[in-house]
Design a protein. Sequence first.
Length: 451
Amino acid sequence: MNLVLVNPVTKDRTRVLRVERCQQKVLSAVGFWPPITLLEIAAKIKDLGKVAVIDGEAEGLSFNALVEKVISESPDLVVIQSCVPTIEDDILFSSLLKERIPNLKTVFIGLAATTMAEWLLKHETVDYSILGEPQDTVRDLLEYISGGKIGQSDIPGLGHKCKGQVFINRRRPQADNYDYSDFPDRALLDNTKYRLSLANRQFTVIKVSRGCDFSCSFCTSGAYYGKGWKSRSVENIIQEIRQVKSRQGIDKFLFLSDTFNARKEFVKKLTAGIISEKLDIQWVSNSRLDLLDEESVSLMKKSGCLLISLGIESFDEDILRKNKKFIRLEDIDNGINLLNKYGILTYGYFILGLEGESRKSIWSTIIKAVSSKLDFAAFYSLTPYPGTEYYEKYTNKNWKGYFHGISNIVTYEYLSSAEIMAYRYMALFLFYMRPRRLLLLIRYLFKRKLV
């Protein structure tokens, strides 16, 4: 069986970052990342057929060129990494493939496949939609297609069709153990195409944990991963780092996690392991500000941490509470100061237009962000994704408007979407007009090493 796993492109050449539940336009500050989920699937199914991974984004392929490249592999089944703002192009991509190979099976994965499965499966050219993390479900599906004993209605996490009807199976339970028996197969990609902007060096993604213990009203983590945070073992993560350094020669990493520092003992054990094993790497990740402590931050720096991204969202505690982001302004300031003390760069993320927002609260957030000790910042407008509490309130079927952070869907009687977008641009301008940040940004945009 020929199996092709695809990170697709859009018809209008909009560059999109699609990793796990992440779905945003590619920006210089973010870059684009290896499609780690596709590499995990490839490792999981390599004994069931010939597997190819095609990252149309990294290869710079046009929409039609990607269709031709996939067709050239003569696939029996194609897995498509879909996302909400590109879903119409993803469906078109699927239909063009099936026009050329009528018996082809198409499988959609990602946040759109998870939260819009029933709608998605009503399209004739979509055969399967997988809810949540797809690795085990794809394997079960392939075993079913190959004549295995399990029926498709018994596969957890699978959306499918039977006699023209759409069926959504129960969600797959969270695993007790997320350690890899086979590491993501990076040999299937040209890893030189992925570069960490911060250091202008080749990098890759290592998934260290899944999910989050918190339930912020604007976040899709719970919809995709389920409730709660679970990590891989430190030993398994360190083994993967060693393998990547040995086979691909990569020593720069993005530790992918919804909340890297959800457990202090995990952070301390991982960073201490990196130090004691003399892995000599550099890495970036995220953290929750109220969970930072000096011992952890010190170890993070010693183990090679370059930058930590921080979901601050707002400098108004009332807004934070209304949106179930239970963090104090004191914790925000203390966390930023602690990271500054140890020379770890900080990247703050803000959401303008959360429920309860006013012109006064937006200005307060902008002023405090500008005067803070953050090195970088992104100011996003609220995007009411499927799977969040906001979706049912502000649903809009113009899917192309659902790019993360630049949506103009949400509007209030007292605050229009146009005003929110204007505040975004104003915030960015004021934040980066500080001389230190402007110099840092120029170096960053021109891909000069910052660290």
